[in-house]
Design a protein around this ligand. Structure first.
Ligand SMILES: Cc1cc2nc3c(=O)[nH]c(=O)nc-3n(C[C@H](O)[C@H](O)[C@H](O)COP(=O)(O)O)c2cc1C
Length: 577
């Protein structure tokens, strides 16, 4: 029996107002908001749940134009500072966005929070002091929904230094600013968030956010639990033959001699096939994900560098001081670092994604580098990073890696998947003498003899040799392929990971673009096994994602040519006789 007290129609209205609430920044009408309407909306806000019923909010209603002008100037300054930090494509996109309507709306409302209200025995706040702020945010949500039902648009502006704004509003020091809201009648409400329409970010499906019983056990109520790897593999399908044919045909009609763009024509055709559209979207913005981890096999003396260099280089990436940062800045790409298995505790800093599966792998000459469960966990980490970066609006992913001794694990993986001879697949990595090189080959041989890897069991091979960054990169590549976003592969580490990814899902190759050919011999073996042609061949052997980032403008140019170059018909240029 339905004892909710709501008719189906009323229930539908609730869900409708939730779905149709929008953050509004455009199309405000100048007409004032009547006091009774504003009063109703504020009363709705005031009914929000609050920790210990502390009702920590206050609402400051601002209409004075001069004050709003001063506040708008504060927001503009912060927006400028934010924009100055953005990589190229993001900065251009940000320029097109409208991020506040402080002066376009008749009323602005500030929602504050008094963390001290109610004294020290506020129920629930003692354990989680931030519940005071959470409560004020719930007041914002109520206000936002009630406003929508009244036909009022609300735009939240967060480009402020909180204390600067507090000073402008005469807020006492114990009050925090929670939200700055611009409110007014609008001509219409957009169906989708502007940030989604503009391609800045995408909506994550609800199924990505729902876990059964424990974090990571994804599954919607009433549905079978998601097997993340099977799900990922199931989502990877072959490229779209029609889009590829259209792209090849368009290349032939473009105002240039047929085939004159060489390999870039093939790249553009592959991008079209992956996207399922001709022309394909521009592969920007792009993000380099540098997966970092340590290797137990380092104990075998395969690298002249101490293991601590992995963590030290992570700090360098995050400080913007590595080569990959310089190249990414030049190419207009973002750099993010994923700790998937560094053998050190890393400080939380912006740009670092802490996803440690374990503190380094075990020595693969003594036993498996990791357990099967750890290999699966690292694969899922990589896939979820890909998913999150694409949801954040990236249209091109770039692989990066950091892990002292990871060329040794790569060589073992390459031998396991391609059947190559360890002497052929093992390289000198960061630069080693003849004795270390001989030992490195011998270590790979011992590992292969110990584990007898089965190329038909890619998870087993990843578990046998590691590293965590290889498994995560394999997941990252699968994630990109499942979302049909190109992934530019760096050198031998990404190549070894791609071998695992393609062994799991052969169609994943359609998403892979070989950024460069590394000087490591195992990389050439890998590229020919995968049938990938490197875009750049400059003798690089650094890793980090450097070779892949150099190829980014080439991949982007290939797509742009297909989009922008006129055809013989459209430009009125005569074709070859
Ligand atoms: C805490 C918070 C702060 C926000 N700050 C801003 C902002 O400064 N500028 C802006 O344009 N949008 C801001 N937004 C709006 C979000 O970008 C917007 O809610 C999101 O794109 C989803 O769109 P929707 O609200 O229409 O569903 C903010 C939203 C929240 C929840």
């Amino acid at each position: 029996m339905d004892n909710s007290g709501y008719s189906q129609e009323q229930r539908d209205a609730i869900y409708r107002v939730i779905a149709e609430r929008r953050d509004v920044r455009r199309g405000f009408r100048p007409d004032p908001v009547p006091a009774d309407v504003l009063g109703r909306v504020l009363a709705a806000a005031h009914q929000a749940p609050s920790v210990g019923f502390s009702q920590p909010w206050d609402f400051i209603v601002i209409t004075d134009r001069a004050r709003r002008e001063r506040i708008a100037a504060l927001a503009r300054r912060h927006a400028g500072e934010f924009a100055a930090d953005l990589p190229g494509a993001r900065a251009r996109a940000f320029d097109q966005l409208k991020i506040e309507s402080i002066l376009d709306t008749p009323v602005n409302i500030v929602v504050s929070c008094d963390r001290t209200r109610g004294g020290r025995h506020t129920l629930g706040r003692h354990a989680q002091p931030q519940t005071a702020e959470f409560s004020s945010v719930l007041a914002v949500a109520n206000l936002w929904l009630a406003a929508r039902a009244e036909g009022l648009g609300v735009g939240w502006v967060s480009f402020f230094d909180e204390r600067e704004l507090a000073a402008e509003l005469g807020l006492p020091a114990h009050l925090a600013v929670i939200a700055y809201l611009c409110v007014g009648y609008v001509t219409s409400f957009a169906a989708e968030p502007e940030l989604a329409t503009a391609g800045w970010a995408r909506r994550r499906p609800v199924s990505w956010a729902v876990h059964a019983e424990e974090f990571g056990h994804r599954g919607m109520p009433g549905e079978a639990p998601v097997d993340p790897l099977a799900d990922l593999i199931g989502a990877i399908t072959p490229p779209d033959a029609e889009a590829m044919a259209a792209a090849a045909e368009r290349q032939d009609r473009m105002t240039k001699p047929r085939g004159s763009l060489g390999v870039l024509e093939e790249v553009s055709v592959r991008l079209a096939g992956l996207a399922g559209s001709c022309p394909p979207p521009l592969p920007e913005p792009a993000c380099v994900a540098v997966f970092a981890a340590d290797h137990g096999v380092h104990a075998q003396g395969v690298s002249p560098w101490p293991q601590e260099v992995t963590a030290q280089m992570v700090a360098n990436f995050l400080a913007g001081g590595a080569v990959v940062n310089a190249f990414a800045a030049q190419a207009g790409a973002e750099v993010t670092v994923v700790d998937v298995g560094v053998a050190a505790d890393l400080e939380p800093v912006p740009g670092l994604l802490p996803r440690k599966v374990a503190r380094g792998t075990a020595d693969f000459t003594a036993g498996p580098a990791m357990t099967r469960d750890q290999a699966m966990a690292a694969l899922v980490v990589g896939a979820e990073i890909a998913r999150d970066l694409v949801a954040a609006g990236n249209r091109c992913l770039v692989t990066g890696d950091m892990g002292i001794a990871n060329t040794t694990a790569s060589a073992a993986l390459i031998c396991a998947f391609t059947g190559a001879d360890p002497a052929e697949a093992t390289g000198r990595g960061t630069g080693i003498d003849a004795a270390t090189y001989a030992r490195k080959i011998e270590v790979v041989c011992r590992g292969l003899a110990r584990h007898s890897p089965d190329p038909a069991d890619p998870v087993g091979a990843l578990a046998a040799f590691g590293g965590f960054e290889h498994a995560a990169l394999a997941g990252f590549i699968l994630g990109a392929a499942a979302l049909r976003v190109p992934v530019i592969l760096d050198g031998v580490i990404a190549g070894a990971a791609a071998l695992a990814a393609v062994a799991l899902a052969p169609d994943a190759i359609a998403a892979c673009f070989a950024g460069h050919r590394s000087a490591e011999p195992g990389h050439a073996v890998t590229l020919s096994y995968l049938g990938l042609r490197p875009l750049v061949d400059l003798g690089l052997r650094l890793g980090e994602g450097t070779g892949a980032v150099l190829a980014l403008p080439l991949v982007q140019s290939a797509a742009r040519a297909l989009r922008d170059v006129a055809t013989f018909d459209s430009a009125g240029v005569a074709d070859k006789l």
